[in-house]
Design a protein around this ligand. Structure first.
Ligand code: FE2
Length: 150
């Protein structure tokens, strides 16, 4: 089965900070049913006042809709971008999980690199993931080198 590839059109766009916010808002909505400023601030480790300021700017840009007492919802444009960001994160997770790295390491590293990944590079990693899955012997040789190196 071919991997779902993020096309240029679907590629996340926006600043790195906006990408972190959109990713966090969608994941909160999916986990809890709503996204409040207090939870976004806690999860991103950013002061609530700064979060409110950013959310207001993103509201003005049409990415989210913010009402003080109802929390933050994504517009269809915001949701489309957030889904592409989450798909990209998941694709990268699938790749790094092949090598038996720790989940926390994988998560933190992806949070650092994901914003710098263009669609063709991501498509390369997705293709590599599919191919490596079919090569268990190669995969275990790589894994043994990774653990020798750490
Ligand atoms: Fe992420």
């Amino acid at each position: 089965m071919a991997a779902a590839v993020i096309t240029k059109q679907d590629a996340p766009r926006g600043t790195r900070a906006q990408e972190d916010y959109l990713e966090q808002i969608l994941s909160l909505i999916e986990k809890k049913g709503y996204a409040r400023v207090v939870d976004i601030a806690k999860n991103l480790n950013i002061a609530q006042a700064s979060v409110t300021g950013m959310i207001q700017r993103m509201d003005a840009e049409g990415l989210v809709s913010y009402e003080k007492y109802r929390g933050v919802i994504l517009t269809s444009e915001g949701e489309k971008i957030a889904r592409a960001i989450i798909n990209r994160h998941e694709s990268l997770t699938k790749f790094f999980k092949l090598f038996g790295l720790y989940d926390d390491t994988i998560y933190d590293d992806i949070e650092g690199i994901e914003h710098h990944m263009s669609p063709p590079t991501l498509a390369t990693i997705q293709a590599l993931t599919e191919e490596l899955k079919k090569q268990p012997a190669l995969l275990s040789r790589v894994k043994s080198k990774v653990f020798q190196a750490t």
